[in-house]
Design a protein around this ligand. Structure first.
Ligand code: AVI
Length: 326
């Protein structure tokens, strides 16, 4: 009993609530935001290095080869000071390419990466220390909007980076509310660099979510392992499979977990037993792919307008430059 109480006090209450709700619904679902525990974050770093996962290289290509175009579209001047704020900086490998040029061209700015993970912030600090030893950065640990709200009162123009097509893990309606909230924390004339994976053929998109080494499979199934670890459950991941799909017309990659057999899984911390029929699925992730029309749709009533778009050589990926107009 003591152990059980201890388990409950340690577990993430919101995670427990969401797992209970998601696995009680039809169809069953679990939010992709729960992918990123320590193991999941390590697996995602591996995914980004996979040849099939073209997104990272494509966006890197834009930052490496077109930094001056980015700067020009941002309409920043060497004489004025601005704040470059990055939401979820990852390892910073793309942004560092922009920073190198801003440094070389003597722009005046402060770089503020925001992340809830101290590990991610330490990593970006290391990258900058190694590649630009004279540049001091200002990492901020916490919730994006809480920190943006704190930064709102500073008198300086802002450029917000939201890269990696992270926006694509939100349904369009949620992406729209996210951009509305972001826009509310900005002032007229501020800019956003929004990284988006573009709609394209299934032959290119699907392998990115179904790699030959099975890392994406492990990444998806880690959700069940996380429930085992944190909520004292008994999922045998060999009895489940990773099911990715991509509908070219809709432009959305979807990941599911499918039960191979009829089975009942106890989740002890929730006092719940979840039944699965053979082939029953749990929806775990969407990865929206964009074009100009969808981009415009998610910008509706946000006060944000597209003022530029930069693509990699193969036109797989785009960084849209948005400006707060009102
Ligand atoms: C973080 N996000 C943009 C990734 C994506 O492509 O949707 C997460 C991911 N899921 C499977 N592979 C990578």
């Amino acid at each position: 009993m003591a152990i059980h109480r201890n388990t409950i006090s340690k577990m993430n209450k919101q995670f427990a609530k969401d797992v209970k709700l998601g696995l009680s619904e039809t169809p069953k679902n679990l939010s992709s935001k729960y992918f990123y525990d320590e193991k999941g974050s390590t697996l995602f770093s591996e995914i980004m290095k996979l040849p099939e996962y073209y997104l990272t290289n494509a966006e890197f290509d834009i930052f490496k080869n077109q930094p001056l175009d980015i700067i020009q579209l941002l309409e920043i001047h060497k004489t004025s000071y601005f704040e470059l704020i990055e939401l979820g900086a990852g390892d910073g490998s793309k942004t560092i390419e922009l920073l190198k040029v801003l440094e070389h061209e003597n722009y005046h700015y402060q770089y503020l990466p925001i992340d809830i993970s101290q590990k991610a912030l330490d990593q970006i600090e290391n990258t900058v220390a190694q590649q630009l030893p004279n540049k001091k950065i200002t990492p901020k640990k916490g919730d994006y909007f809480q920190i943006l709200n704190e930064l709102k009162n500073s008198p300086f123009p802002k450029v917000v980076l939201f890269l990696g097509s992270n926006i694509g893990n939100m349904e369009d309606a949620l992406a729209n509310s996210f951009l509305k909230k972001l826009s509310k924390n900005l002032s007229k004339g501020d800019k956003i660099i929004l990284g988006t994976d573009l709609k394209k053929e299934k032959d290119i998109v699907l392998p990115a979510y179904n790699d030959s080494k099975g890392i994406t499979r492990d990444f998806n199934l880690n959700l069940l392992e996380r429930i085992n670890r944190e909520l004292d459950a008994n999922f045998d991941i060999n009895q489940f499979e990773h099911v990715p799909e991509y509908d070219e017309l809709e432009g959305i990659a979807k990941s599911r977990i499918r039960s191979k057999i009829d089975q009942k899984i106890p989740i002890n911390s929730l006092n719940l037993t979840v039944s699965f029929k053979e082939k029953e699925t749990i929806h775990t992730e969407i990865s929206r792919k964009y074009d100009d029309v969808i981009l415009e749709k998610i910008c509706t009533n946000t006060g944000l307008k597209t003022i530029g778009k930069l693509m990699d050589k193969r036109e797989y990926f785009a960084d849209y430059i948005l400006e707060k107009k009102s």
